[in-house]
Each structure stands twice: as structure tokens, then as C-alpha cells.
Ligand binder design. Sequence first.
Ligand SMILES: [Zn+2]
Length: 180
Amino acid sequence: MSLLPIIEVPDQLLREQSAPVERVDDDLKRLIADMFETMYEAPGIGLAAVQVAVPRRLLIIDLQDPVEEDGDPVKDPHVFINPEILKASDARKSYNEGCLSIPDQYAEIERPDIVRARWLDQHGKSHEGEFDGLMSVCLQHEVDHLNGILFIDYLSRLKRDMIVKKVVKSRKDREQAAIL
Ligand SMILES: [Zn+2]
């Protein structure tokens, strides 16, 4: 397994529609394993393939909840290949969201509370299920990535531009600091 670089805003690849996965083969399984390693290391609770510069309809989620007594989270990995949101509740809920491609920036985002989805797992088996709470938020956030949408798109243009500017500036600061 290996760590993959995570792309950040304003990388235009984050704005592309990801293409469907056509075959669940060894290459895809390797990518999934690398994505989990990358996500756990980051750390994050969700990652779409496009965030590691592979614009395919694949995303992974692990809420790592609950935390065991020794402080280590219990791993609960989920793989979603070619996920589709079939139904979303009228009821909405807001969560404080962040994104590995928009480091250190957070905002309250309102989304449908409950969603029904269909997807393939890492063995190519089809599933359908309903999600609420953080799992629902995370799935919607990651499916948005597959469609080139970021959580900052739900904010005003002013706020969105400000967040992107902050990310670019802190990345520059980081790069310059490394030279000294
Ligand atoms: Zn994200």
C-alpha cells in the first residue's frame, strides 16, 4: 500500500465529473487500499477517488466511531462504487463540514437529513440502503465530489472565494516555511 497525494482547491480536476467504474479488478482494489491508507493518515472520514487525482466514481467512508477504551477508533470501512442517491428527505439538517481538499476550513452546511442510495461494493456486489446522521452527510459530500461539487459551493460567492484564498495562502506559507 502507499500514500497518495491529495489534491486541493483550486485544482480544476476537483471540478470534473468523474467517470463510472467499469470493472472491479485488482487495479481498483489496489486503489481502494491506497485510498484507505491515505484517508486514515490524513486523517479524514471520507475520500473520493478524484481527490487523489483519479476521476472515477468511487468513494470510501469510515466514520471510525465509536472509539475503543484504549483510544483507538474501531475501523468501519465502507466502499461505494458508482453510488447513486435515489431519494433524499425533505427534512434537512446542518453539520459543520470540512474537506481534505480544502484543508483547515469549515462551514455549517445544510443537506437532506436522510438519503436512500444504491452502489456496488469492492466485490462488485450491488447494495441499496438508507442513511441518516453523519453517514448521510458524508455520503452526500463525497457523491458531490464525483460531480465536481464542493461543500463551499453551498456558501455565498464571497465566502467561497475567501476560503479558497485562505487555502492558497496557507499552502504558500507552508511551502516557503519548508525552504528555511
Ligand atoms: Zn471533501
